[in-house]
Design a binder for this molecule. Structure first.
Ligand SMILES: [Zn+2]
Length: 109
């Protein structure tokens, strides 16, 4: 793996790309990632993907809850939709915080 020292873009390959697809920096700006760091990135890729999918799913849950709250049929339904909205927001924020930790620890790329 190679990382662009300008923007952080990670390239999978035996050699660095001609230029960074993200920021356009030339090949010389890429540094090879250590095996240890590359293993961390590799190991965390599935989990990161799952966390991103989870954030997308709870976004949908939040929208569903908003519709239910707007509908306001009865207190029982309001309770369920209000609870759903709160939990969805908490899960989204938890996933976001976890991804941030992964980025800081180099478990991203
Ligand atoms: Zn770049």
């Amino acid at each position: 793996m190679w990382q662009c020292s300008v923007c952080g873009y990670i390239h999978d390959g035996t050699e660095a790309p001609e230029q960074c697809p993200k920021c356009g920096a030339p090949r010389e700006k890429f540094v090879e990632i250590t095996t240890e760091a590359a293993n961390l990135v590799q190991r965390a890729r599935l989990t990161n993907q799952l966390l991103v999918s989870l954030m997308s799913m709870v976004e949908g849950l939040g929208s569903l809850a908003d519709k239910g709250i707007k509908d306001n049929l009865d207190p029982g339904c309001m309770k369920i939709f209000s609870y759903t909205k709160r939990v969805a927001a908490e899960i989204r924020q938890m996933a976001k915080a976890e991804i941030q930790i992964h980025v800081q620890k180099g478990k991203w790329g």
